[in-house]
Ligand binder design. Sequence first.
Ligand SMILES: Cc1cc2nc3c(=O)[nH]c(=O)nc-3n(C[C@H](O)[C@H](O)[C@H](O)COP(=O)(O)O)c2cc1C
Length: 221
Amino acid sequence: MKLNDVIVIIICIIAIAAVAIALVNKFALQRLRRKVTIDIVIGLAGAIVLSVSGTLVVLTYIPTHLNSQYQSSPQHYTATKPVGKALVIYQPAWTDITKNAADALAKSLNKKGYDVVVNYPGSFLSQDVSNYAVLVFGTPIYNSKGSPLVVNYLKGLKGLSGKKVILFTTGSTTPMSKDRVYDGIGNYLKDTTNLQRIKFSNKTDNNLLANDTVEKLCKKD
Ligand SMILES: Cc1cc2nc3c(=O)[nH]c(=O)nc-3n(C[C@H](O)[C@H](O)[C@H](O)COP(=O)(O)O)c2cc1C
C-alpha cells in the first residue's frame, strides 16, 4: 500500500461521513440530530486514526523482514543423471510468495536435470560458487526495496565466471523496471554467460514463468 492509497481511503471515509451527516440533518428527528452527528464525527476520527496507524505499522514493520537473517535450511532437489548443480538463494519475508517463486524455479531446473539446493542468504553460505553451473537469486520488494542480504551475498561471490544466472524479484505494486534492488549488479556478473531477470507477482503463473525462464537459460546447451 502506498501513501496515495491511504490518502484516497481517508478522503472516502470523510466523504461517507459527510453524506451521513447531511442525511441525518435532512431526515432525522430534530432532537436526535446533534447526538447522531457527534457519533458520526467520533466514528470518522476513529476510522482515520486506525487507518493511519495501521498503515504506519504495515509500512514500517513488514519491510524489516528483508533484513532478517534466517538459519541455514537447505532444500535439495536431486536429479537421477545430473547435468550440473544449481543454487537458489532467496529471502523469505512476510508471506510465501517469494518462497513459492524460488520453489518453482528450483523444480524447473531439476526437471532440466540439475541437482538443486535452495537456501536463504546468510553468513553460513560459502562465497565460492565455482561448483554450480546455475545460480538463482530472489528477493521480495517492499516499498521499492529488496533484501540487502541477497545483494550483499551476490556481491561477495567468487567463481562466477561462465555461470548462468537468474535474478528475480516478487511484488505486486511496481513494475520490474522500478525495482532498483539489482542496480549495479551487472558489474559483478560480467563474466556470466546467460543472465535472466524476471519478476513474479500475485498474478503470475509461477510454473509457466519458471519453465519459460529456465528454457531461455538453457537454450544454448
Ligand atoms: C508494506 C508493503 C509494501 C510493498 N511494496 C511493494 C513495492 O514497492 N513493489 C512491489 O512490487 N510490491 C510491493 N509489495 C508487495 C510485496 O512485494 C509482495 O507481497 C511480495 O511478493 C511478498 O513477498 P513475501 O511473500 O516473500 O513476503 C508491498 C507489500 C507490502 C505489504
